[in-house]
Design a protein around this ligand. Structure first.
Ligand code: ADP
Ligand code: MG
Length: 348
């Protein structure tokens, strides 16, 4: 190993240590407060109850950020399940809780209440040590900010080998790293450093890095947020190809509705709660490549939580002229109709 790599390794180890320390200190006390019951008061079910086909099972997930002055309810009972092998997108306005959710799944932060299982593991019950192992081997992360993905003083090839240094799973790290670079179409730039690569190329290297330890789940937080539309579209194609060829489960957070057209399922989060799901039309499933041509290839569904609650988009309520917190519900010939309340009722 060269001197440079030796130093880089030390830095990474140092970084990994501080990461562990930073997380151990605040979460240890949080662990005591953490309720071991689900949001509806039922005892937390065991892992054995989880359908093995589901890689992510998230029920009534709550995350509260406490600061000196205030408490922020970043997730307010989020419900979402993801099948193994799925390629899906999460959309939502800024501040709706997308990153918070991804950080919970990635084991970077602890949820406050609810249930969260990833790959059959209960994220509420994991010890700090298990969490470190989980982050190393189960999930791969791609960030919007390349500085968070890549070490600038290493070339692309060395960057991809970096996460493998902490694992004994891969024998020939150099060969494996090159294979991964080729997989994302970056083999020819293996000797380039961060500043010699375009934003899109950096993002592709970042994907190769995230794949280094062969994760079961790839999480990407606004991976196309810093690149132009064309590059963003290409990066999404890389994700699709990885999903298709490796069967890898991929969850992408994006604010770009245009890009989200390229996946089978899009889940919209509003105010920390799943609000709407867009599922690709049945007749288009076999032909996702053509999907981008369509105005919108998805059918839209409102999401019911387990208590039967759903969110109605503000725009729809405004359109109806609903101002207070009441609406009328009528069951009519197989439909549920929502009406603005009559004026006099509002006054009472
Ligand atoms: P998004 O990724 O959808 O833009 P985030 O998940 O980053 O949204 O944030 C959701 C809410 O939680 C926001 O109101 C944000 O200000 C708050 N939040 C996120 N992280 C923290 C934190 N570490 N401390 C306090 N509040 C936070
Ligand atoms: Mg975010």
């Amino acid at each position: 190993m060269s001197m440079r790599k030796g130093k880089a390794l030390q830095e990474k180890e140092k970084q990994a240590q501080t990461e562990v320390q930073e997380e151990t200190v605040p979460t240890e006390s949080a662990a005591e407060e953490r309720p071991q019951v689900s949001g509806n008061g039922a005892p937390a079910q065991e892992t054995s109850d989880i359908d093995p086909k589901k890689i992510i099972v998230c029920e009534d997930l709550v995350k509260i950020y406490k600061t000196e002055e205030s408490e922020v309810l970043a997730l307010q009972g989020l419900e979402l399940t993801v099948d193994r092998g799925e390629l899906m997108a999460i959309i939502g306005n800024s501040g709706s809780g997308k990153s918070t959710f991804l950080n919970m799944i990635g084991g970077l932060d602890r949820p406050s209440a609810g249930r969260l299982f990833v790959d059959g593991r209960n994220l509420f019950k994991m010890t700090e040590r298990e969490l470190v192992e989980y982050k190393k081997s189960v999930v791969g992360f791609v960030w919007q900010n390349n500085a968070r993905n890549l070490l600038p003083y290493l070339n692309a090839w060395q960057n991809v080998q970096m996460p493998m240094m902490f694992s004994n799973a891969v024998k020939d790290k150099k060969t494996r790293a090159l294979e991964l670079l080729e997989l994302v179409g970056m083999g020819h730039k293996k000797n380039s450093r961060l500043n010699q690569l375009s934003g899109g190329e950096q993002q592709r290297v970042a994907i190769a890095i995230a794949l280094a330890n062969n994760p079961k789940l790839l999480l990407a937080d606004e991976p196309t947020g810093s690149v132009d539309v064309h590059t963003g579209s290409y990066i999404l194609d890389v994700f699709r190809e990885l999903n298709r060829s490796l069967g890898l489960t991929i969850v992408i957070v994006t604010h770009d509705r245009q890009l989200s057209k390229k996946v089978n399922r899009v889940v919209a989060i509003r105010d920390g709660k799943t609000s709407t799901e867009f599922i690709v039309r049945q007749n288009l499933i076999e032909n996702l490549d053509a999907v981008a041509e369509f105005e919108d290839p998805h059918d839209e569904y409102a999401v019911l939580d387990r208590a039967g609650r759903l969110q109605i988009p503000r725009e729809m309520l405004d359109e109806l002229g609903v101002e207070g917190n009441r609406v009328r519900l009528l069951l009519e010939e197989g439909r549920i109709v929502i009406e603005a309340p009559p004026k006099e009722e509002e006054a009472s």
